[in-house]
Design a protein around this ligand. Structure first.
Ligand code: B12
Ligand code: SF4
Length: 617
């Protein structure tokens, strides 16, 4: 029976185990196939230092800085020069890039040969028949460099590749262009990889040396259709042992605060109905599947007990909405004491945000993307600006770290929406700011990629960074690239109208955490609002009677009709004169206590928690 080594190369994060490899290892264990996992990303980080390593992993992810370092090693003298790369790729992506940073990037190259030597020497390769490389997070060229060495050292070892960079046509193309790869697995491989190995990768090789031919190599691409797991409860628990062992013996361990990674679902239920136009997640497979709540709790308990870590990050693209009635309340009482991060769609209620918080959510990646409903409609996001805003406010209020991005450049977007957004943003400086304001990326598998013309996207071409990694013809690059560049059929340049939004976001980021807009609803029926945002006209306001009732009602965005109806029901018809209420709302909008979006009014102040003393007055 074959023995398998799974390899996690740079630039995978050091902060968590690799979920895909940990599941594959567990799948091999079930089949009684010996399998180890090598976290060579640690070996590189131990040469570079944690900070430099993560800088390369995160800062250069989309300009492929890490891939290029290894590509220069793999293809000596076949790639365009560093000076070109700097001018054509790095500077356009980051005009403020310092010369020192550029030199630091280039200087990393001298560590590659010793790193590969160390990887080669660290393992007794005669113990393995199959070596599997995972390839996302700039891992393709680092993996190929090591695979090339292995093939020279032990030509009989079978090399398999899998992971996000092998999905769709990218996998077969890698197989065609890189002779060291024997097998590519596209998509989920929980079942197919162990079955293929059990079926005899090794034996097949022994008998059929001539299988080097191109046609047959293509046959060795195992597709996702055969690999998709319908019932996620059938998956084993991931085996993180080697990650934690590697972390424990690393001199870097004191600098790394590890997280558990878990998944409760795969695919996206929203995307299955209406894929967001920019979304390339999940490759070709969006079919949503989720684990049963009992199984999820058992798995989390197992992970917490085994590894003693109580911080976790879900790899899910989206939360199963049924979990509000099942998994999340169960987590509250399960006694796991877990703090978790999840990616979430923003069509939530205040009560749901509270359920999430009580279940242990302490960070969320919110799919906000825009604060303009017409733009959100264009991208098929299925939420409105007001939903985005109220959810952001509830998360800020609940103390859950909200991470989100503000994107622009959606084909067909109305520039006037950006003028409106720029006017709105200074009212929001007391909320969690976006991590970045940036042009929407064009990813493979997204509707923008698949139906570019239909969306008014022209001149679609692989992101220029790929030319600096692969010395191949344009048609090959088209099949290898994950990110693309493009122009608009109507000739627009978003930079001509988004600048005020970009500047407002920069101001927001600078001010984050230093300004507040908060209210206290006192038992004596007085609602106190304090405001320290830049330009605030009054530090403190008192709202009573109808004002208080309306301000509290607009915790969720409300129409004027709803507001008037509510005032009539609670205070009587004589207090609910529509024009009087309308004037009150307008006055609040002018002093930025309230936002008016999509025909709805939303109170902007955060509800004070009991931990904060109400101001006197
Ligand atoms: C969760 C997630 C994260 C988490 C990390 C959690 C983690 N597990 O590492 C967070 C939010 C932190 C994150 C960060 C980033 N991410 Co991310 N992330 C994902 C996401 C949504 C799921 C990944 C996951 O764990 N899936 C579940 C596991 C079980 O699946 P898997 O790893 O793919 O493994 C399966 C198969 O691929 C296959 N397989 C995998 N390896 C191998 C190897 C062999 C030999 C075989 C046979 C099979 C095989 O079998 C496995 C089991 O079925 C994917 C999108 C997606 N849906 O895949 C993006 C994705 C992987 N991320 C991506 C990117 C770009 C990033 C960032 C650079 C973004 C950024 N600038 O912040 C960073 C990089 C961080 C780093 N350096 O490690 C890209 C990668 C693109 C690429 N071609 O490399 C993806 C594909 C999203 C996208 N479309 O842009 N990410
Ligand atoms: S962006 Fe999120 S919600 Fe939209 S299709 Fe992709 S995974 Fe689903």
């Amino acid at each position: 029976m074959s023995r398998v080594l799974l390899v996690n190369m740079p630039f995978a994060s050091l902060r968590w185990p690799h979920l895909g490899l940990s599941l594959l290892k567990a799948a091999f264990s079930r089949q009684a196939i010996a399998c180890d996992v090598a976290y060579f990303n640690f070996d590189f980080a131990e040469i570079l230092g944690v900070e430099h390593y993560h800088w390369l992993a995160d800062h250069f992810a989309f300009v492929l800085g890490g891939e290029r370092l290894f590509a220069k090693h793999y293809f000596p003298d076949r790639l365009p020069s560093d000076a070109h790369y700097y001018r054509e790729v790095l500077l356009p992506a980051d005009p403020g890039m310092l010369a020192a940073d550029y030199r630091a990037l280039l200087d990393t190259a001298r560590h590659i040969e010793p790193f590969l030597d160390a990887c080669t020497a660290a393992v007794d390769w005669s113990r393995y028949d199959v070596v599997g490389f995972t390839s996302s997070f700039q891992q393709t060229m680092p993996s190929l460099c090591l695979a090339q060495r292995l093939k020279r050292l032990r030509p009989d070892i079978k090399i398999a590749f899998g992971g996000a960079a092998c999905e769709g046509c990218m996998g077969p193309e890698l197989l065609r262009k890189f002779p060291e790869i024997d097998y590519v697995f596209s998509g989920e491989a929980d079942r197919t990889f162990s079955e293929t190995v059990r079926g005899g990768i090794h034996e097949e090789h022994e008998g059929h040396k001539e299988r080097e031919k191109r046609e047959e190599r293509e046959r060795r691409c195992v597709g996702w259709e055969s690999g998709m797991i319908d019932n996620l409860d059938e998956l084993p628990y991931p085996d993180f042992d080697e990650y934690f062992a590697r972390l424990a013996r690393s001199p870097l361990s004191a600098e790394i605060d590890p997280l558990l990674v878990f998944e409760t679902s795969r695919g996206c239920w929203w995307g299955k109905k209406c894929r967001c136009t920019f979304c390339g997640l999940n490759g070709d497979r969006l079919g949503f599947r989720s684990k049963t709540p009992d199984r999820t709790i058992d798995e989390l308990r197992h992970l917490v007990d085994r590894y003693g870590i109580r911080r976790a990050c879900a790899a899910d693209n989206i939360l199963d909405p049924r979990y509000f009635q099942s998994l999340l309340p169960m987590l509250k009482t399960a006694g796991l004491d877990l703090s978790m991060a999840f990616e979430l769609k923003t069509n939530l209620s205040r009560q749901q945000v509270e359920i999430l918080r009580e279940a242990g959510l302490n960070a969320a990646q919110l799919g906000i993307e825009s604060l303009s409903t017409p733009t959100l409609k264009l991208m098929g996001k299925g939420v409105t600006a007001i939903e985005n805003l109220q959810t952001l406010r509830w998360f800020t209020e609940a103390g859950v770290a909200a991470q989100w991005n503000l994107l622009y450049g959606f084909p067909g977007e109305d520039p006037a929406e950006y003028a409106r957004m720029a006017a709105l943003l200074p009212s929001l400086y007391h909320l969690a700011p976006p991590q970045m304001a940036g042009r929407v990326r064009l990813d493979r598998f997204s509707p923008y990629f698949d139906k570019a013309e239909q969306y008014g996207i022209v001149n679609l071409r692989p992101h220029r960074a790929f030319r600096y990694v692969y010395p191949f013809s344009p048609d090959v690059l088209e099949r290898l690239a994950y990110y693309f560049e493009y122009e608009y059929a109507d000739g627009r340049d978003p930079l001509s109208y988004v600048q005020p939004v970009v500047e407002a976001v920069a101001a927001w980021q600078r001010l984050a955490g230093t300004v507040t807009l908060r209210y206290w609803d006192r038992p004596d029926g007085v609602l106190i609002v304090t405001d320290t945002r830049p330009g605030a006209q009054t530090f403190q306001r008192r709202l009573t009677g109808v004002e208080r009732v309306v301000y509290l009602l607009c915790d969720t965005g409300r129409t004027l009709r709803e507001i008037v109806g509510h005032v009539t029901a609670t205070l009587g018809a004589d207090r609910a004169d529509e024009s009087v209420v309308g004037k009150m709302l307008d006055a609040w909008i002018s002093v930025r206590l309230m936002a008016h979006l999509d025909g709805r009014y939303l109170s902007l102040a955060l509800r004070a928690t009991s931990a904060v003393e109400p101001p006197a007055g």
